[in-house]
Design a protein around this ligand. Structure first.
Ligand SMILES: C[S@@+](CC[C@H](N)C(=O)[O-])C[C@H]1O[C@@H](n2cnc3c(N)ncnc32)[C@H](O)[C@@H]1O
Length: 202
């Protein structure tokens, strides 16, 4: 098994990782409850699909190893695919969410354009990205092996720009406070580990 897959498993099996996925899943559940056909772009080991099993979510990831692990862990439907070339026909999907993925892509503009193409009119996009200004992020990247080091976008405005070009932004906020492995509610840039942008295709 690839090292990165093992790291994800260990993370989500820790109390801290479980606390994070629980809060993030609750957030997604609230935003997605009116939709039936949902795609999770960059689903990793499919942890969201485990927590959001009442939805019919298609988990998509470019990594064969991640998809293999996701299929073992959750009952959801998982496919190997590239967000830059989605295999869905135009205007077919009701909602798409993506957690900690777009900010790692070289060509995030293309990915957002593709998500827009695949979504139906009035379809929703929910993007949860790492907040590079948070204490949590800056603590984590001290570890030379940390995945966060691969981040390509460290300015939130850079990713907001193409989202607002293609979608009407209906919500944006800091989310998920973390300090000393304790999770709490906050909207403070310093403590919020994530930034959420929700948009609608008009
Ligand atoms: C940091 S992980 C996040 C996984 C999951 N969303 C989570 O929060 O646990 C980013 C994921 O994006 C996937 N990924 C990277 N480039 C991609 C692409 N072009 N298309 C689809 N998935 C991609 C990676 O394989 C990885 O599983």
């Amino acid at each position: 098994m690839m090292e990165i897959v093992k790291r994800f498993i260990n993370f989500y099996e820790s109390d801290f990782g479980r606390g994070i996925i629980l809060r993030e899943s609750e957030y997604i559940l609230n935003e997605m409850k009116e939709f039936n056909l949902i795609v999770d772009v960059g689903c990793g080991i499919g942890e969201f699909e485990k927590y959001l099993s009442k939805f019919s979510i298609i988990g998509l990831d470019i990594s064969e190893e991640m998809i293999k692990e996701a299929s073992n862990r959750s009952k959801g439907m998982f496919i190997i695919g590239d967000v830059n070339h989605l295999m869905f026909r135009e205007s077919k999907i009701e909602a798409i969410f993506s957690v900690a993925t777009l900010e790692f892509l070289e060509n995030y503009y293309r990915a957002i354009k593709e998500i827009h193409r695949a979504l139906k009119k009035n379809g929703k996009i929910l993007v949860m990205i790492l907040n590079p200004k948070s204490d949590y992020f800056n603590e984590e990247i001290k570890d030379p092996q940390d995945y966060f080091r691969k981040i390509k976008i460290s300015d939130l405005n850079e990713i907001k720009k193409p989202i607002s070009e293609f979608f009407k932004i209906i919500k944006e906020e800091y989310f998920l406070g973390i300090r000393n492995k304790q999770i709490f509610e906050t909207d403070e840039e310093r403590y919020a580990s994530m930034y959420v942008i929700v948009g609608k295709k008009e």
